[in-house]
Design a protein around this ligand. Structure first.
Ligand SMILES: Cc1cc2nc3c(=O)[nH]c(=O)nc-3n(C[C@H](O)[C@H](O)[C@H](O)COP(=O)(O)OP(=O)(O)OC[C@H]3O[C@@H](n4cnc5c(N)ncnc54)[C@H](O)[C@@H]3O)c2cc1C
Length: 411
């Protein structure tokens, strides 16, 4: 990561034009960050409104901190609790520690906060000027000269900008034009993600629990300021296999023999309205996200298996960092742009690639390990401190370090 203190920063950033493609969490964050930096921003979305993916999400302290830094109200947005890893019978494997230095820097307790995606997106929309958003605009391609980049849309319209930000998700058309075939591959797992109200379940703790092949987890959330829970189940699933049958019967079958409160939460869920299914895809890591006058945020360049619970979070961080790394530079000047985008790449690429790799590895480890290795794995996780060491080293350490050094004001 770049030492941010070494970056130039000037209040006299010339106002330039930034086109952002895709109004998911990454695009909303990039649009807001560039708008706050004083640029003329247009945010293009193919749908007729901003529609967050269904269900709940966990956001961590660095993500909440950058949202707040962009003027987003994070008050009572989410609920926090201790994250515990357990086996499916409820045996505790490890409890993720809170880092008091990260908490002090963020001015917030805990690490993960659970909320509905729609709530996080609504809070962002509250501070994004309406006229910035252009819906029903499907991006087709861009053309680029030395001094500008023009986005072309399916209705024949176009807009010339100084910088184009691809935030159009895992099947990014912008990334395809810039880097060629995305090389998407199926991760061999699918996820059922749901939420419900269930008063008897504790509100200060979340579990990530595993049987030999299935993960079932829950975490407290806030829903319109009210206590609720999200829960999710991950199972092995092969590409091309269609799902047939009743979702509730299928999920309750996966949770057979599981310790409460997971079966309790599933039983309390309205499956018709509040349960979503995802098959998980990934792509090979890129070594750079910027080319000419085009750069990227979020799943367009680093889709993340839900194992790290960090894809939406990293997309939001990307948008904030991209604008931060270009602060004080003239986006119209080729040399300035190159310098700023190189900083952004240094700041984000290795960090997010590592997170995506760890998440993918965890998916394989917990769902695709063959018998009898899976039995050995479970014995090690049940009876040694290996899992805690691996999680702190590979998952928490870099994110906590990022939190401790985030260039935000004091809270
Ligand atoms: C099951 C599951 C659980 C998850 N849980 C978590 C979690 O707990 N925490 C977390 O941080 N992350 C989580 N994630 C990941 C997170 O949802 C994604 O990483 C995040 O949505 C990526 O944001 P994005 O803005 O990059 O892309 P997207 O959210 O995919 O948004 C892309 C936007 O671009 C638009 N678009 C696409 N193509 C075009 C085009 N040609 N023209 C115009 N617009 C276009 C789309 O309509 C969409 O609005 C989870 C993901 C899954 C699948």
């Amino acid at each position: 990561m770049t030492s941010f203190s070494s970056m130039t920063s000037s209040s006299a950033t010339p106002r330039r034009r930034v086109a952002v493609i895709g109004a998911g969490p990454g695009g909303l964050s990039a649009a807001l960050a560039f708008h706050r930096a004083g640029h003329e921003v247009r945010l293009y979305e193919r749908q007729n409104a901003v529609r967050p993916l269904g269900g709940a999400v966990l956001l961590s302290l660095p993500v909440l901190s950058v949202l707040r830094d962009m003027g987003v109200n994070i008050d009572k947005l989410g609920a926090y609790g201790v994250t515990e890893f357990r086996n499916h019978q409820g045996r505790l494997r490890t409890r993720l520690p809170f880092n008091s230095r990260a908490e002090a820097r963020a001015g917030l307790p805990g690490w993960h906060y659970g909320m509905l995606r729609s709530a996080a997106v609504e809070r962002m929309l509250q501070v994004i000027p309406q006229d910035l958003l252009h819906t029903r605009k499907t991006f087709k391609r861009y053309t680029e000269t030395e001094s500008s980049v023009t986005a072309h849309f399916d209705d024949g319209s176009e807009w010339e900008a100084d910088l184009l930000v691809g935030a159009d998700g895992i099947r990014s058309v912008v990334a395809q034009q810039t880097f060629g075939d995305l090389g998407l591959f199926h991760c061999g797992i699918q996820v059922w993600l749901a939420w419900c109200h269930c008063d008897s379940v504790p509100r200060d703790v979340g579990w990530i629990s595993h049987s030999r092949q299935v993960q079932a987890s829950f975490f407290p959330i806030l829903h319109n300021g009210q206590a609720a829970h999200e829960w999710w189940v991950v199972e092995p699933w092969n590409e091309g296999k269609s799902f047939k049958g009743d979702v509730k019967t299928h999920v309750m079958g996966l949770l057979k023999g599981w310790a409460d409160p997971l079966p309790q939460l599933a039983a309390a869920t309205d499956f018709e309205k509040n349960c979503f299914r995802w098959e998980v895809y990934n792509r090979p890591a890129l070594q750079s996200w910027s080319k000419g006058r085009v750069s990227f945020v979020g799943d367009a360049v680093h889709p993340v298996s839900p194992y790290a619970a960090y894809g939406m979070g990293m997309a939001i961080e990307d948008g904030w960092w991209l604008a931060k790394c270009l602060e004080g530079l003239d986006l119209a000047r080729d040399q300035d742009l190159r310098q700023g985008l190189a900083r952004y790449d240094r700041q984000r690429v290795d960090y997010t690639n590592k997170n995506a790799k760890v998440a993918r590895y965890m998916g394989y480890l917990f769902h695709r390990t063959p018998w009898p290795l899976s039995a050995v794995r479970d014995a090690v996780f049940d009876h040694t401190g290996f899992l805690e060491k691996a999680l702190v080293q590979n998952y928490l350490k870099d994110a906590e370090q990022q939190m401790e050094t985030l260039p935000i004001g004091a809270y």
